[in-house]
Design a protein around this ligand. Sequence first.
Ligand code: SF4
Length: 294
Amino acid sequence: MARGVAPRQPARTGRQDKVRSARTRMAPPPQPRQPGSTPGARVGGVAPSPPKVPASRTPAAAKASKLGKGYNPIAPERVDQILKRLNDLYPNVTCALTHASAWELLVATILSAQSTDVNVNRVTPGLFRKYPTVQAFAALTPEQLEPDVRSTGFFRNKSKSVVGAAKKLVADFGGEVPDDIEKLLSLPGVARKTANVVLGTWFKKAEGVVVDTHVHRISRRLELTAHDEPQKIELDLMKIIPRDRWIMFSHQVIWHGRKLCLARKPKCADCALENICHAGDKTWSTVDMHKNAL
Ligand code: SF4
């Protein structure tokens, strides 16, 4: 008996007995497992003959070459390939949130949580015409702002964050958005993702890697991290990606997530990263897939 394969037990209802006896009647007696066959593979009945493939292209060989000692998903040469291909795919991308100042970008980024950039871009032009300065936002109560940001979702929390950030900027930073990560993180509603967006996109300062929903998903699909928490993912990415690529990497991955590497049904057949991607939920593949790569 193959190791780990327990004999099927009859159910109390007797239904399994019938199934077993029917199978027993139809199938020839089980054969011992042949050398080289897969554990758990069908041993009884007439198994279809395996397709003839060169030994070097058997699943076992592929698995050995990809998952064995030689495969390291964060090997510098693999990471270089990923960065190069992202560069070729998205050479001139930037943040898609409409903004004309650091403050507008900060507000737009706060509003973009759990929403789309398109949705936020529908709201912000009117919002900034109505309240053209940080001081104008600081003079509001969160309740006054709620109707203007309602369509972006989670509007109560977002109103609190925007008004709270405006008040703190006016009180502690002269009404200016600071270009310092610690100061940005002291603003209500500003976590590392928002701070990194403002620092990278507006101030061109690479203090970290933006980990939004796209970067989270695609970093895991590409096995650049095994973590699930944004902060741990960011630390992993900061270790393997050169600092001068942190800002562009985030923009490119976010665009990749919008265009091809969609959350559901990624367009793998059109993806230039396909032959170095082993994500377990690929929709098309020329390489073996790693079930834990997501
Ligand atoms: S091959 Fe598919 S899963 Fe992998 S990066 Fe490309 S689109 Fe995403």
